[in-house]
Write a protein that binds this ligand. Structure first.
Ligand code: SF4
Length: 319
């Protein structure tokens, strides 16, 4: 299993740019503290040694056509990745993205439950999202973003969203717990007692099980949890935030495998070491063998089981 992407990605953030509506949990200016960059400065930057340019935030394919073309013309030889949502990509936009060297689409699916989508004001139904993925996966590498703890969400719905996406060929994911930020509709619902965020324990429980489902199917989760810059913490009203959310998910998951399968010995390369020591895992009674000390070594065994085999066994035994 490899969870590390070593491409050098140069990120630009376009907060809420191209969004035609506002999702109930979102206010990217508040959440990130970023503002729309000056495009003429981007056009004059030096991108030597950069493998990929990313346009994160907002809905890239909802931008005006001339803006999309202008941004994709920046360093045209460098592959691009963009963030978007599944309902704002028509065939002519797909062609424009292909012509503009876009290789990766980070698609905010968030959920494949119609009730959750409606209460989060996403503006599409699960069926629309699936159809969109079906069409786009032929031409692009897709990373699906999902959220847990949205209004009217449940653990069962989150796991079902994963199953549907895996069934439709998606193998790369980012998963975020829902946080309540200032100046969002969710803040109002929370204030009025109409929305209760997940606790950190609840968020960890569901995200660990989502990760197990994904990685048992040889998929991978490229990011877990939100980064909230220190300057924006004052706008975080409620929700299961932890600055090391992803690391804790990994630690809980490792503990679940060792304890759930009564593992006697773990064998891992250097990059996985923190999983076996952080957040209380150093106290687990298990023999530890560290092999390979290069950051690129990718070795992970639980007794004689590979990581994916261990996850599949865990799923089998929990039935
Ligand atoms: S979640 Fe995405 S689509 Fe919704 S308002 Fe925020 S940036 Fe736009």
């Amino acid at each position: 299993m490899s969870t590390k992407d070593r491409r050098k990605i140069y990120p630009f953030f376009l907060p809420n740019a191209g969004c035609r509506t506002r999702c109930s949990f979102c206010n990217q200016l508040i959440m990130t503290g970023e503002t729309i960059p000056d495009f003429s400065k981007l056009e004059n930057m030096d991108f030597s040694n950069i493998d990929e340019i990313a346009f994160y935030g907002g809905t890239f394919t909802g931008l005006k056509r001339e803006t999309i073309e202008r941004l994709l013309c920046i360093a045209p030889h460098i592959p691009k990745r963009i963030s978007t949502k599944p309902d704002l990509i028509d065939d002519s936009t797909v062609q424009m993205l292909k012509d503009g060297n876009v290789k990766v689409l980070e698609i905010g699916i968030e959920s494949l439950d119609d009730e959750v989508l409606e209460y989060s004001k996403r503006g599409y139904k699960a069926e629309d999202a699936i159809k969109s993925i079906e069409r786009l996966k032929k031409d692009f590498e897709i990373i699906a973003h999902l959220m847990v703890g949205l209004p009217h969400d449940s653990k069962e719905k989150d796991l079902e969203s994963i199953r549907l996406l895996l069934d439709n060929g998606i193998r790369a994911f980012r998963i975020h717990p829902t946080l309540v930020f200032k100046d969002t509709e969710l803040e109002k619902l929370h204030k009025d007692g109409l929305y209760t965020p997940l606790s950190l324990e609840e968020a960890l429980d569901v995200v660990v099980d989502m990760t197990i489902l994904i990685e048992s199917a040889n998929g991978h989760v490229t990011r877990l949890g939100y980064h909230v810059p220190q300057s924006q913490m004052k706008y975080l009203i409620a929700g299961p935030y932890h600055s090391s959310f992803g690391d804790i998910v990994r630690s809980v998951l490792i503990r679940k495998i060792i304890e759930g399968l009564s593992i006697k010995k773990v064998t891992y390369s250097y990059r996985y070491k923190p999983w076996f020591y952080a957040h209380g895992n150093g106290e687990i009674h298990v023999e530890r063998e560290e092999v390979g000390n290069d950051i690129d070594d990718d070795i992970l065994f639980f007794d004689d089981f590979t990581y994916a085999q261990s996850l599949n066994l865990l799923i089998e035994r929990s039935k």
